[in-house]
Design a protein around this ligand. Structure first.
Ligand SMILES: Cc1cc2nc3c(=O)[nH]c(=O)nc-3n(C[C@H](O)[C@H](O)[C@H](O)COP(=O)(O)O)c2cc1C
Length: 402
């Protein structure tokens, strides 16, 4: 991909290649997008500390997450409808992540199904679960994930009701797109996209359509969420999922110290400090502003992952310095996918890795494990979560709704 220098270039390319409704779906945040903007602004406000004359000739970007080695402290985040950014978007993204030696996460709201991705990639991936009203269906999804050799379940807890993205309403977002005049003209100007989607294995919500009675023709994400997601979701659900799921459990969407402490008590193997990329509670804190507080509160009791606004390698260094073990990457790779399919995702990963390596060099850090508060202006060394996570105490069982 010539002339692509940074993630923003991938975004511009994606904008020119992906139909507007799907580009906007990925790009937007909820309501007035205050939190979406805060995620970026607060990251950019964190100044790094330039260090010189440190031998950084042998830099090592590898790390471990949940006991597995990663080529870099990055995980591709669960993202709905990847198959609408590019035909077979889930499979292509998973392949790019596998080639780069980092984990990839399949969303419940994907176009490609668990089985299609497993068959096409032949490699383990992470699976993200939304719990819906019909707990039997959630159980079925977990069973399907187990059968597909998924070892890590990412339970997303910050979307029991859907935050509205105004552009999705205005664009009349449906999957597959409805052929209204406006859409047809837009799609006609994106022939490569249309070709890739027409030739894809799936065009609709692969994990859901045909699996839930009465939901054979799900095509509206907003309607499905409104009808099926359960506002009654609470910590008791986490308890049964923890009991049922045989592998690692990651709780995603924690932005509060008390919630983080409860997640640890419930036996989460990791948490993701996240506000869903500014797509849910508008007006809440940026993820990065909450990260050090959560890290202080739970120390080494569980692994802390982070997402929200990562667009550069320097952002990854900032998050690691403030207590994250690794970062989930959302839009940065989604734009790569829209820009150039598997090559575009590989490019996004490459850009972030190279920038991370250079930032490490210029802050005098040779290894990921060395990155701590010292890389920040005025920062001091801070205890980092240990590589080996203490076994969670399974005793405390908070009440429902805690
Ligand atoms: C288009 C899009 C779809 C998403 N779909 C899901 C999803 O299905 N499940 C989920 O847990 N998070 C979902 N997320 C949130 C991401 O996993 C992640 O938290 C967020 O994108 C991180 O912020 P960033 O995009 O600024 O990196 C989605 C994000 C985007 C941009």
């Amino acid at each position: 991909m010539k002339n692509v220098a940074c993630i923003d270039d991938l975004r511009s390319l994606a904008k020119s290649k992906v139909p507007r409704a799907f580009f906007d779906y990925a790009d937007s945040g909820s309501y007035s997008e205050q939190t979406l903007r805060a995620n970026r602004a607060d990251l950019e406000a964190i100044k790094l500390r330039q260090r010189v004359l440190v031998d950084v000739s042998a830099r090592d970007l590898t790390t471990t997450v949940l006991g597995k080695k990663l080529a870099a402290p990055m995980i591709l985040a669960p993202v709905g409808l990847l198959g609408m950014q590019h035909g077979d978007g889930e499979i292509l993204s998973a392949r790019a992540a596998n080639a780069a030696g980092i984990p990839w996460t399949l969303s419940t709201m994907s176009v490609g199904s668990i089985e299609q991705v497993a068959e096409a990639t032949g490699k383990p991936f992470w699976f993200q679960l939304y719990v819906i009203r019909d707990r039997g269906f959630s159980k079925q999804l977990m069973d399907r994930a187990i059968a597909a050799k998924v070892d890590t379940l990412v339970l997303t807890v910050d979307l029991q009701v859907l935050g509205q993205r105004h552009k999705d309403v205005r664009n009349g977002l449906t999957v597959p797109p409805e052929f209204r005049i406006k859409n047809v003209i837009d799609i006609a100007t994106k022939p490569a996209w249309a070709w890739s989607v027409l030739n894809a294995k799936s065009w609709t919500f692969g994990n859901i359509s045909g699996h839930v009675p009465g939901m054979e023709n799900v095509n509206s994400l907003a309607k499905w969420t409104q009808d099926q997601f359960d506002p009654a979701l609470n910590w008791k659900d986490v308890e049964w999922i923890k009991k049922y799921w045989p592998g690692k459990l990651v709780i995603k969407g924690i932005l509060d110290i008390d919630d983080a402490k409860t997640a640890v008590k419930m036996g989460a193997d990791a948490i993701v400090v996240s506000n869903h990329g500014g797509r849910q509670l508008d007006g809440t804190s940026s993820s990065i502003s909450m990260l050090p507080r959560v890290a202080d509160a739970i120390g080494n009791d569980t692994e802390i992952l982070f997402d929200g606004g990562i667009r550069t390698g320097a952002d990854i260094v900032r998050a690691l310095a403030l207590g994250a073990r690794a970062c989930l990457i959302g839009r940065s790779y989604v734009w790569g996918l829209g820009a150039g399919g598997q090559k575009g995702v590989a490019k996004a990963i490459d850009i972030l890795k190279n920038e991370l390596s250079v930032t490490m060099a210029l802050t005098g850090m040779a290894r990921i494990a060395d990155i701590d508060g010292r890389v920040l202006e005025g920062g001091v060394a801070k205890k980092k979560p240990a590589a080996k996570v203490a076994k969670p105490k399974a005793t405390a069982k908070p009440k429902a709704g805690a």
